[in-house]
Design a protein around this ligand. Structure first.
Ligand SMILES: *Cc1c(COP(=O)(O)O)cnc(C)c1O
Length: 768
């Protein structure tokens, strides 16, 4: 399909007239945005709706989260219409940048949801038939602001400008039944465009609605209470995304969401499969399902139930399920592995519960040690165990993470099924995370090695011989990106960051295991050192943070307050602010990430070793030519393997060391023996900062006292971190430093989501 400027303009003009009763010259940005989006959508209608080949095996990716971000720029880029759209808007004196106000589709919390989004784009680009299935939350991840340094949450009204990138498909609506409730699931389809290859895959997001329209007669007859309540309950299921990252909230509404998603999605697949007239036992030849974490694992008993309704006995149905399901584990943290109360689940979904019980019985009948192998125990259902027992493949998301699963978290299961466990290291799409967010750097690479790397990232290795040549341009581009970010931060956060400062960045969800605290304490250490004169010629550095804390996660919110107080202290100090600035940007999301990642000089990936399953933020920075300051955790390990450990800044305890230390760890001792660390830690309680809530005191407590003080070894790793960080900051600006940046860029090939998706297709989905 070739949409030239003229046809694009005319198509927009028609849509503006019909939908908004205006023309391009008089249209508001919101109207133009809708018209441009719809014009592009209609141009690709055929590729989208007729593109599926019924003969080909497909994979359905079930995920409670898809963190898509803004679609318009990425879609225009993939379709090759970015410049055409610019030209057409320019005709009426408008600019693509006017669409910067479009809200992100933030239907996810962080890495897990963003991974799903990257995989959809990469699959389309690689021509892999992957269908996304998720929930169309009315409100996505909350919008974050700071008031007096404390996090405040507001509803995320992502549909404010409309949702021109999806289409409601009433004809495919299905009914989802709970014991106490029946709701209609209506799909909204969103096209996923491959990069300039004509492939359009699909993301289907379900919205819950009442089965019957609101009944006014009944309402007027005073019988309306029940109807009104049912309607209210039906829409409530999809009201809001649970804002917890890496923790499970045992709420029944969350279970309703999960079942709503998988029941609707499986009905959709079953209907399509039935239409092909094939046998149920051959389902695996046409479909497989990737379960993104435990959130959609209830799909397993649901498919068992559906297959039994189709006439299969349990063993036959089990055999099918054991071939079609695959499970991705994303974390080793106990608080994130989902467990449901058996009574609550059987109340809500009695038939589904029966299938889970049947799985437990089948497992018991295998004569294994019941203390090692169970799905239901003490009236608790362990969703990860259910997933492992029934799935064909179980994968971790980085080498180190998969190894920890094998030798620790799922040791027993690994001994039983060694071949089930595989690794697929996460990846990111280079289209959004280099071509789109850093066009100048992408063009510089093009000028040396051509454009093939856009869809084969391993070719970046070919840039190595040109490092010396491109170094000055690389510096210039980084400088321009930094100036842009500084201007954006000035406007949106009211903080001045000199662009010539080192930009030292930590952006990701706020979590104790990610150790924003370690970074915060290091800033205080540098601050006091600079003030006292014990640190001389400190290289001017801006410490940039971005992170949302789950609204119920007290310590995480306290860390935000702490860092905001540090920012106030440092930025208002006439001496220190000459060489230090601190800013915590509000409402970190995909669009903010795009601006930050291309402007960073240092990528902070400082989780306690063993805790970050993979990380994908680390890959975004690497791909944009940034060195990592990090621990040997998650994909950092593979980043060092690819780019050379000598080209990154690695510190701290290894997994093995961390495990050993934790057995007799006393952070108080470390703090007592380190006056500089002690001074930084004591600011939490010595009146340096104002905090009427007492949350800073609680932070102090969690570091030094209580049941498991300093659970994530902040104090233990402090000195090693400081030493490495200071060495990194002092090397900034040298040719050697920039060479390291570029060597990382050249070695980023492995971390393309294209490679990840091809790994899944070959080793798990068995799709050619
Ligand atoms: C990539 C990304 C993440 C994941 O970051 P990690 O550092 O891997 O935790 C989280 N949020 C957003 C908005 C992202 O773009």
């Amino acid at each position: 399909m070739n949409l030239d400027d003229k046809r694009l303009y005319e198509s927009m003009e028609n849509i503006l007239r019909a939908d908004f009763a205006c023309d391009p010259a008089s249209a508001e940005p919101r109207e133009l945005y809708n018209a441009l989006s719809k014009a592009v959508m209609s141009a690709f209608y055929h590729e989208w709706k007729n593109g599926r080949d019924a003969q080909k095996k497909r994979c359905a990716y079930f995920s409670a989260e898809f963190l898509m971000g803004r679609s318009i720029f990425a879609n225009l880029l993939n379709l090759g219409y970015y410049d055409a759209a610019k030209r057409v808007l320019a005709l009426v004196g408008k600019d693509l940048n006017d669409f910067e106000e479009v809200e992100d589709a933030a239907l996810g919390n962080g890495g897990l949801g963003r991974l799903a989004a990257c995989y959809l784009e990469s699959a389309a680009t690689m021509g892999i038939p992957l269908d996304g299935y998720g929930i169309r939350y009315r409100y996505g991840l909350f919008r974050q602001t700071f008031v007096d340094g404390y996090q405040h949450e507001e509803g995320d009204d992502w549909l404010k400008w409309g949702d021109p990138w999806s289409v409601r498909c009433d004809r495919d609506a299905v009914i989802v039944e709970f014991a106490d409730q029946k709701v209609k699931a209506v799909p909204y389809d969103m096209p996923v465009f491959g990069y300039r290859n004509g492939v359009v895959n699909n993301l289907r997001l379900w919205s819950s609605e009442p089965v019957q329209e609101f009944d006014f007669t009944a309402f007027n007859d005073m019988k309306g209470d029940r109807t009104a309540l049912e309607n209210f309950n039906a829409t409530k299921i999809c009201d809001v995304l649970y804002p917890n990252d890496n923790t499970m909230m045992g709420k029944i509404l969350r279970l309703r969401q999960q079942y709503f998603l998988v029941s609707a999605s499986l009905q959709d697949v079953v209907r399509k499969y039935k239409a092909q007239g094939k046998k149920w036992k051959d389902l695996d030849k046409s479909y497989c399902f990737q379960l993104n974490d435990t959130h959609p694992v209830i799909a397993i008993p649901e498919l068992l139930r559906l297959l039994r309704k189709e006439g299969m006995d349990f063993e036959e149905a089990f055999a099918v399920c054991a071939k079609v399901f695959n499970f991705t584990n994303h974390t080793i943290m106990a608080e994130a592995l989902e467990k449901w109360d058996a009574l609550a689940l059987s109340d809500l979904l009695p038939e589904v519960y029966e299938e889970i019980v049947a799985c437990q019985h089948r497992l018991e009948s295998e004569g294994l040690d019941p203390d090692k192998y169970y799905i239901i125990r003490d009236n608790v259902i362990h969703m990860a165990n259910l997933a492992i027992y029934v799935s064909a493949k179980v994968n971790g998301v980085a080498e180190i993470h998969t190894n920890i699963l094998k030798r620790d978290v799922f040791k027993n299961w690994y001994e039983l099924y060694p071949k089930k466990f595989v690794n697929v290291t996460n990846g990111i799409t280079p289209r959004r995370w280099l071509l789109l967010n850093n066009p100048a750097l992408a063009a510089l690479i093009d000028s040396k090695i051509g454009t093939q790397w856009h869809t084969d990232l391993s070719l970046l290795a070919g840039l190595k011989p040109f490092i010396g040549e491109i170094l000055p341009d690389f510096k210039r581009i980084k400088g321009e990106n930094k100036a842009k970010l500084a201007a954006y931060i000035r406007e949106h956060e009211g903080v001045e960051i000199p662009p010539e400062f080192i930009f030292d960045v930590q952006v990701k969800r706020l979590h104790e295991y990610k150790r924003q605290m370690l970074n915060a304490l290091s800033i205080l250490y540098f601050y006091f050192g600079v003030k006292e004169g014990s640190i001389k010629d400190f290289p001017p550095t801006a410490f940039i943070f971005g992170a949302k804390a789950a609204p119920g996660y007290y310590n995480a919110k306290a860390i935000i307050k702490f860092i905001n107080e540090i920012a106030k202290l440092v930025n208002s100090d006439p001496e220190a602010s000459k060489v230090m600035r601190v800013v915590f940007v509000q409402n970190y999301n995909v669009s903010y990430a795009e601006k930050i990642v291309c402007a960073a000089d240092v990528s902070e990936q400082i989780s306690m070793a063993g805790m970050e399953a993979s990380g994908t933020g680390n890959m975004k920075f690497m791909l944009n030519g940034t060195v990592t300051l990090g621990t040997l955790d998650g994909a950092n390990v593979e980043i060092c393997e690819e780019a050379g450990i000598e080209n990154n800044y690695i510190f701290g305890a290894t997994v093995e060391k961390a495990e050993a230390i934790k057995r007799f760890y006393c952070p108080r001792e470390i703090v007592e023996q380190d006056p500089a660390l002690k001074r930084a830690v004591e600011t939490l309680v010595d009146g340096t900062f104002s905090d009427e809530t007492g949350m800073l005191e609680k932070l102090h407590e969690s570091l030094l006292s209580g049941h498991e003080p300093d659970r994530y070894l902040v104090c233990f790793d402090f000195r090693s971190y400081i030493e490495t960080k200071e060495r990194l900051l002092r090397s900034f600006g040298t040719d050697e430093y920039y060479e390291k940046c570029l060597l990382n860029l050249c070695a980023a090939g492995k971390f393309s989501a294209d490679r990840s998706v091809m790994d899944y297709a070959r080793h798990i989905w068995k799709i050619k």
